[in-house]
Structure formats: structure tokens, C-alpha cells
Ligand binder design. Structure first.
Ligand code: KIV
Ligand code: ZN
Length: 519
């Protein structure tokens, strides 16, 4: 029978240790609420002894998110009374509070960091657990740097703190030094002894990613008996980060026969959680990051797009829907092959072209793709209409007069940013100006005045790529129209122009889908 694996999320503690990622109390609460929606079993909400701000944030999370008994709230303490008191006083408001304490077990920590003997450190740990246990029934003990510790001393510590009342033992690979086979073996040996000592105590792992093996080590631990995993969203955390929750959970789901274990995670909340954490912490997700990276479900090469259109399982092991994304959409670029372009045209109703006609349209597509990078449905209409016009055929597409085109723009960034745009739709020329609280706000307000579509901007990302002395701005936006989300991109040497073009791409996508009678 499949075993339940507990998911302990430490995005708000280990993740928050990333330089510059500190959240305010409101943001911490929002993230904690989202983590509860995601279905994590335990939230580590912070390190309350570090600041009064963190103390209050943990307390608020305990009160407002820990108010049901399907989730535990914890926070970190060193094995000292004042830290344990700070954790107790902040988490005690939760229905299910947990005290988490950490103390090193490796020679490096015992001798070099603390300058004490092993017996002295062990006694400090035992006394700290006894004290924590006098406050709350649930206590987790982390043997910091466990993977570089002498095995017998590590076990002696675990045995002593379990006898003192610890209910969870966490085995960290603090510096990301472990290797999956070796770490799995360590967990197997500890699990064997622990289950003989007290089978009610949960064995947990906490892996760092310094050698890129945090997820692999965590999964090896699951295979070898670990009951609980500590992770962060997007794998953020100290230095190279922690095991990414989404990777561990999706590996377990996708290869369920290998792991024979399950979690309570609602995987459809993964992308929402990832985006919230990334935007609040200001930490971009690497585009090719497994599961939550922008390209994780994007298929760009012609060979792959062709394979997917024939059978999705040719190149897809996880449906994007499982992690909360829209269903697969093939992005048309200069690398898309004929099959993908033909398929996109057919979806728009153009399914009667001869092979020769299609070849001409495909050349038009390639020229457009070279210029625009990504080709949208409204671009396909324009390509097809050009083909009809050039061949003196009657225009069966008849859509291009509904699309907007940017002719000119001017943005002034002073105390009251303003923007003016000149745009074209069919034969008509429109001009509009607007002020805004930022140059982009002014620019988008001016564009919206022309288009008169009630779409809301929900995401705006800009990245700048330098090529020698030249800079190229890449803008990606998302807008919402009638509860549907539209993503569009544009690239230009001028960031403002790239921003305007991305918005116009999104608006033209809306026009295609809804044939919105605008203007
Ligand atoms: O990496 C580590 O050892 C930790 C402990 C506090 C669990 O973060
Ligand atoms: Zn850590």
C-alpha cells in the first residue's frame, strides 16, 4: 500500500534566507495562505528570534492559517531557551503548533563552530528538547550537517533526543554534499534503528542543492524510508537552494510505481504558488527550471511539435493541466515545422490549401517568424490575407481590418508620466494620450483608449538582453479578458516599444478569439 509522505514547506524560513527575498508581514501571510491551499502538511513560517517583525509574522500565520487541524505551523529555534520561547510564543496560537530546533552533529559544527565536546553538545540538545517538550507535545529536532556527521554519534544524538521527547527527527544535508545512493543508504540505516526505537517518530530529510542533487537526494530518502520531506517552492533557499517542492511531488506522482508513496499536495495549485512566491520575493524562476520554469511545458522544435501533434506522449510526461497551467499550446516560431503551422491554420478554418499554396504561405510564415520571433493567430490571418491578395484571390480571411497596429509612440517619464500613441486598424488611424502612475501605466492606458477593450493587465515582465553595445528588451505580459488569460510577448531595442507591441499582440489575440466588435 502506498505510504503518505509529509510535506514540510520552508519557503518562509530557509527560502526567505535568500539575500533580498525578505517579505513583509502581509506578504508572508499571503504566501502561507497559498501554501495551505497547495496542501502542505507543515509550514515553517520563520525564525522568530531573529526579529520582532518575524515573530509577529509567524504569530499571525499561526492564528490565521493554523486555525484548522489539517495543517501544522512551526518556526525555527536554535537549541537555546530564548529561541525556543520565541517559537513557542509565536506558534502556540495554531491548532497544531510544532517547535523546530536545530543543533549540529558533524565534527566541523561541534568542534569548530561551537568549540565544545560531542557529549556537551548532546547534553545541550537533550535539555533543549526537554524544555520544548514542557511547552508543546510536538517537537522536531534537526541534526544539522547530518550527512557529514560520524554515523554512530549521529545515531547516539537521535536516540537521546527521541528518548527526551522529540516527535520528528530531521536529517539535513546542510551543505548539499550528499550523493543520492549514499544519502539513501544513510536514511535506510537510520530508519531501521529509529523504527525499532519508536515507530511513532517521523523521519524527515532536508536537502540543499549545492551540487544540484537536492531533489535526487530527497527522492532517494523517500525510497529508503523517510516519512517526511522538507522543501521550498521553486527550490529557493540558502546558497543554491533547497529541494524544490514541485519537483519532488511531481516526480513522486509521475513515477508512482517507483516510489509507492503519495502526498496531500493539490498539484493544480503549483503554478499559482510558484508565481506568487517568485513575484513577492523578486526571484525570477529560471526559464528551463523543471515544472515551474516558463519553458517547462513549451515545445518549440519542429520535430517535437510534429511528434506531439501525432501523439502527446511522444514528448510529454506531465500534462500542464496537472500543475495548474492551461492545456498545451504550440508556440509558433521560426523553428516550427510545416505540421504545426498547418495545424494552426486548420484550427482557424483554413483547411483547403493545396500543397503548393501551403508552401507559399509557409514561406510567408517563416519571414514573419524571423521578424517577430513568435507568430500569433492574428499574424496567421495577415499571412493568409497577403497570400490571397498577392494571388488575386478573394479575401476569405477578412480579419486583418480588425487588428491593431502600432505606428508611433512617445512616452515621457517625469513626475507625472504620460504617453501618446498612434495606431492603425484597417484604414483608420487613431491617436490617444494618457497619464499614469508609471510610464508603462500611461502607455497602456493610451493603448486601451484606442482599443476600447476592457482587458486587465495581470502580469508584466521585462528582461533586457545585451548584445555588445546593443540592448534588446523582451517583454512578456498577461492580460485577463472575460475571465480568460492571454499571454503575449514582444522584443525590441526600445523597451517601451516592446511593451506596446506585447500589449497589442495580446489585444489582437482577444480580437481573434472573440471577434470583439471594437471601434
Ligand atoms: O540546512 C539546514 O541544516 C537547515 C536546518 C535548520 C534544518 O536549514
Ligand atoms: Zn537548510
Amino acid at each position: 500500500m502506498a505510504r503518505k509522505i509529509w510535506v514540510f514547506d520552508t519557503t518562509l524560513r530557509d527560502g526567505e534566507q535568500v539575500p533580498g527575498a525578505k517579505l513583509n508581514q502581509f506578504e508572508k501571510l499571503e504566501v502561507a495562505q497559498q501554501l495551505k491551499k497547495l496542501g502542505v502538511d507543515i509550514i515553517e513560517a520563520g525564525f522568530p528570534a531573529s526579529s520582532t517583525g518575524d515573530f509577529h509574522a509567524v504569530k499571525e500565520i499561526a492564528e490565521k492559517v493554523g486555525n484548522t487541524n489539517d495543517i501544522m505551523i512551526t518556526a525555527l529555534a536554535r537549541a537555546v531557551k530564548s529561541d525556543i520561547d520565541a517559537v513557542y510564543n509565536s506558534v502556540k496560537h495554531a491548532e497544531k503548533p510544532l517547535i523546530h530546533m536545530v543543533l549540529g552533529t558533524s565534527d566541523i559544527h561541534v568542534e569548530k563552530k561551537f568549540g565544545k565536546s560531542k557529549n556537551q553538545i548532546l547534553d545541550i540538545g537533550v535539555e533543549a528538547v526537554k524544555y520544548a517538550k514542557s511547552l508543546l507535545p510536538d517537537v522536531q529536532y534537526s541534526t544539522e550537517d547530518a550527512s557529514r556527521s560520524d554515523f554512530e554519534y549521529l545515531w547516539k544524538t537521535i536516540e537521546a533526543v527521541v528518548k527526551a521527547g522529540a516527535t520528528m527527527i530531521n536529517v539535513p544535508d546542510t551543505v548539499g554534499y550528499a550523493e543520492p545512493e549514499e544519502f539513501g543508504n544513510l536514511i535506510c540505516r537510520l530508519n531501521d534503528r529509529l523504527k525499532n526505537l519508536n515507530d511513532q517518530v517521523l523521519l524527515s530529510v532536508h536537502c540543499h542543492n549545492d551540487l544540484g542533487m537536492a531533489t535526487a537526494n530527497t527522492l532517494a530518502a523517500i525510497k529508503n524510508g523517510a516519512d517526511k520531506v522538507e522543501c521550498t517552492i521553486n527550490g529557493i533557499g540558502e546558497r543554491a537552494g533547497n529541494a524544490a517542492l514541485e519537483e519532488v511531488v511531481m516526480a513522486m506522482n509521475t513515477r508512482s510505481t517507483l516510489y509507492n508513496a503519495y502526498t496531500n499536495i493539490n498539484t493544480q495549485e503549483i503554478m499559482n504558488t510558484s508565481r506568487l512566491v517568485s513575484s513577492f520575493m523578486g526571484l525570477d524562476v529560471q526559464v528551463n527550471k523543471a515544472i515551474t520554469g516558463e519553458n517547462a511545458f513549451a515545445h518549440s522544435s519542429g520535430i517535437h511539435q510534429d511528434g506531439l501533434l501525432k501523439s502527446r506522449d511522444a514528448y510529454e510526461i506531465i500534462s500542464p493541466i496537472e500543475v495548474g497551467l492551461d492545456d498545451m499550446e504550440l508556440v509558433l516560431t521560426a523553428r516550427s515545422g510545416r505540421h504545426a503551422v498547418k495545424n494552426a491554420l486548420e484550427k482557424l478554418g483554413f483547411d483547403t490549401f493545396t500543397d503548393l499554396q501551403f508552401e507559399e504561405i509557409f514561406s510567408g510564415f517563416l519571414a514573419m517568424a524571423d521578424e517577430k520571433k513568435e507568430v500569433y493567430n492574428h499574424d496567421l490571418y495577415i499571412i493568409v490575407e497577403n497570400f490571397f491578395n498577392e494571388n488575386n484571390l478573394s479575401n476569405q480571411a477578412g480579419m486583418s481590418e480588425n487588428f491593431f497596429e502600432l505606428m508611433d509612440l512617445q512616452v515621457i517619464n517625469n513626475t507625472r508620466p504620460s504617453a501618446s500613441v498612434t495606431m492603425k486598424k484597417g484604414d483608420q488611424i487613431f491617436e490617444a494620450s494618457a497619464v499614469g502612475f508609471s510610464p508603462i501605466d500611461a502607455l497602456y492606458s493610451a493603448i486601451m483608449k484606442v482599443c476600447q477593450i476592457d482587458a486587465q493587465l495581470t502580469e508584466y515582465n521585462i528582461s533586457c538582453i545585451s548584445r555588445g553595445t546593443e540592448e534588446v528588451g523582451k517583454v512578456k505580459i498577461q492580460v485577463e479578458f472575460r475571465e480568460e488569460k492571454y499571454t503575449a510577448k514582444a522584443t525590441d531595442a526600445d523597451m517601451m516599444k516592446a511593451s506596446a507591441l506585447a500589449m497589442i499582440n495580446a489585444i489582437n489575440n482577444i480580437v481573434v478569439d472573440h471577434l470583439v466588435p471594437v471601434r
